[in-house]
Design a binder for this molecule. Structure first.
Ligand code: BGP
Length: 467
């Protein structure tokens, strides 16, 4: 196996960190912000909602000063659709003003903003009007939102990301505003239709970006859980390949080649869940492909063949553990896990980067990677050596990839600062900066630099020479 032959990361490598608007900003009912799908979800017992989060809305200058101190070259953030267009359609000038100030602060402090257009925060009003992504109307609204962003912030932003983790959205219906009661075949059919609409919408927004901002670059954010076979039985290798087709490449084949992956098509045909397609869509997708691929990588999977003879319409679950007749996810004694059972496999990131590049010849931007943990604040310090180890090992794999000639534009650790986890509130922390609050109490929201902050600062400063 080849190892890194580079002394340092290239000068232009974007060492970064990421957040998303609804997980970090708080200020949910400030300055005319509208209602997003997650705002009206029932609160989970013992877990905070997103209304205050890390109150970045009011602390953004202090937070950006910390980013500068850390030495970040890039900051990945998302812009809240409902702050900018509270009903999904009408512009709220206060929302535009906020992000102008925020982006100016980022660039004035020498960082490259990497902007996600849509990171899970969908306007509830559009769900009420026509069912959100279930309808083709959603494509027009997404395009209009992107146009507003390009017009208002196009002079400040060079890197744009279209939709964050489309696959993930489809696995958690509440993030789409879809009723939990739709299940089985009905849900699968709807999910395929929504997935298709999002792919068409992505192509429209890529086209628009290229027309309006010829110097910008734009790409989607995908979320591979690159599968490896459970055993040396050839059938497990096939199952792993089929898992990758059905969990990742079913989206990227549409984004990058404007076609359905054959296995995905067959899967939909057999289950009678094919989406409605308009003939010009395919040409649109073929002609408007991304400039790079954004990649969120946290975990991989180990996969065995599943011998059941009949498929079933599974109920929706967050991660599909089994596709009868195709694959099942297994455990792997060679791979440790986080406290939340996510496999820690840095090599999986290298596999995904190499495989994406071999398929599409597009550069990769790592848009998220990090370790969620129960951090402990003691004597005003957080000794998060586990996070340092995790990021160290993943960054080393990227250095290997660069050394082997695979283009990686940058790395955004998730997350810059502690924020509200998607499902675990404030228990599961990811940041380089601790925020002094928990699920029950807001406390003083003080920002405290963790041990990993100083470690990453050194890595950036020496351009990863010690990795
Ligand atoms: C990704 C999302 C992020 C973030 C991260 C960690 O799927 O893009 O928004 O939440 O995962 O996930 P979690 O907070 O569930 O641990």
């Amino acid at each position: 196996m080849y190892h890194n032959r580079l002394k340092q990361f290239p000068e232009e490598f974007l060492f970064g960190a990421a957040t998303s608007a609804f997980q970090v900003e708080g200020a949910a009912d400030v300055d005319g912000r509208g209602i997003a799908v997650h705002d009206i979800q029932p609160k989970k017992k013992g877990i905070t909602d997103f209304s205050v989060a890390s109150d970045h809305y009011h602390h953004y200058q202090e937070d950006i000063a910390l980013m500068k101190e850390l030495g970040l070259k890039a900051y990945r953030l998302s812009l809240s659709w409902v702050r900018i267009m509270p009903d999904g359609k009408t512009i709220n000038p206060a929302g535009i003003d906020f992000y102008k100030k925020l982006l100016d602060e980022v660039t004035a402090n020498g960082m490259e903003p990497i902007v996600t257009i849509y990171h899970f925060e969908y306007p509830q009003a559009l769900v009420g009007r026509y069912g959100g992504w279930a309808s083709r109307e959603a494509i027009d609204d997404f395009e209009r939102f992107a146009e507003v962003l390009f017009e208002n912030f196009g002079d400040k932003v060079k890197y744009w990301l279209t939709i964050n983790e489309q696959d993930h959205l489809l696995k958690i219906p509440s993030r789409l505003g879809i009723s939990e009661e739709i299940e089985g075949k009905d849900y699968l059919k709807l999910a395929e239709q929504m997935n298709y609409h999002m792919c068409v919408a992505t192509a429209r927004v890529i086209k628009l970006c290229h027309e309006l901002l010829p110097h910008a670059q734009i790409g989607p954010v995908i979320n591979p859980m690159y599968a490896i076979p459970n055993s040396n039985r050839p059938e497990d290798t096939l199952a792993a390949m089929e898992f990758n087709e059905l969990s990742t490449y079913y989206i990227t084949e549409l984004h990058c080649r404007g076609r359905f992956a054959p296995l995905h098509w067959k899967y939909m045909e057999d289950r009678d869940i094919l989406p409605e397609i308009e003939s010009e869509d395919m040409e649109l997708m073929r002609n408007n492909t991304p400039d790079f691929l954004g990649m969120n990588y946290y975990l991989n999977q180990t996969v065995a063949t599943n011998k059941k003879e009949q498929f079933s319409y599974h109920e929706k679950t967050v991660f599909i553990q089994e596709e009868p007749g195709i694959y099942e996810i297994t455990t792997n004694d060679n791979i440790t896990q986080t406290d939340w059972g996510w496999n820690i496999c840095p090599e999986g990131m290298k596999l995904a980067i190499m495989d994406f590049y071999n398929r599409y010849q597009l550069p990769i931007l790592v848009t998220e990677n990090g370790l969620g943990a129960y951090d402990v604040l003691e004597n005003n310090q957080v000794e998060d050596d586990y996070r340092i180890e995790y990021i160290h090992n993943h960054l080393s794999q990227i250095k290997d990839c660069l050394g082997l000639g695979y283009p990686v534009l940058g790395y955004c650790a998730w997350s810059f600062i502690d924020l509200v986890s998607g499902r675990e509130g404030m228990d599961k922390r990811y940041g380089f900066v601790y925020v002094n609050r928990d699920n029950e109490e807001l406390k003083d929201m003080r920002r405290i630099k963790k041990k990993s902050f100083y470690w990453y600062q050194t890595i950036i400063n020496e351009r990863g020479e010690s990795l």
